[in-house]
Write a new protein. Sequence first.
Length: 324
Amino acid sequence: MFEVVRAALTALLMCTMCAPHGQAQTFPSKPIRFVLGFPPGGSNDLIARLISPRLSNSLGQQVIVDNRPGADGLIARDMVAKSTPDGYTITLTSLTALVLSPLLRNLPYDPLKEFVPIARLAQVQNILIAHPTVPARTLKEFIALAKARPGKLNYASSGDGGTGHFAGELLKSMTGIDIVHIPYKGGGLAINDLLAGHVETFMAVISTAVPHVQAGKAKAYGVTGGKRTAALPDVPTIAEAGVPGYEATNWYGIVAPAHTAQPVVRRLNAEIVAAMNDGEVRQFLGSRGVDVFTSTPEEFSAYLKSEAVKWTAILRSLAVKPIL
């Protein structure tokens, strides 16, 4: 399966070079649907609703955010994959959707052949946070607590097979702790249950967690990237906090159905990149721990290929079982 994914990524790169022109000359002439695979309240929704008004202004047509949650985003992506490739249906996607899912699931579509990359948007860390009642102040104390109570503690994620899930599994593998994974249908639902005390910890996308950590409603043990985030400068990386060599980051991008005309792809890329690099957008996302990192379609395709190689090795080392 891993080799098939690499071949599909190569085909995806070629899609950016050979799509037909279609209705590119008049694009856009009607509203654009921006489909999200998760409910409101998570990081996907945050980014989409932040840039959609700016895209509406620059494109001269309304960009409508359409939340279609379910099956860890598969329902939304399947719908977009089967949409007319005219640029009027796009979706916000991530490492999970384009790299992890095809390595772990039998999908109703091929995510690497049935989408054309438009633009990479941002890179974002996860963060391990805990309910204030958990009797551990630091990551080292939490690891000690988990080792003293094997199988008794839990961690939430925004879904099976997502980066939060695998950031948690990587932590378990590197520390030898046994904590139970509880998958949710989105980060907004998971953070609500953590704040209510229904789960003890949450491997959250950092943008979801920042306001609650700042308000003292959750405590942070560590961020998953290679460096601290300016949004929470006092929170160490997990590597700094006692797990040397640990690193796991997520990213977001926008794709459209395969065979969308190249002039349409480039128009969307130009406007999306401009929206993400707007000063107010960069400042707001930075305050939530999200690093804006835009690209051309070709750069996004090449990045996908490199990510597949990296995560194939990680998943093999974790001996992760397929998700049915």
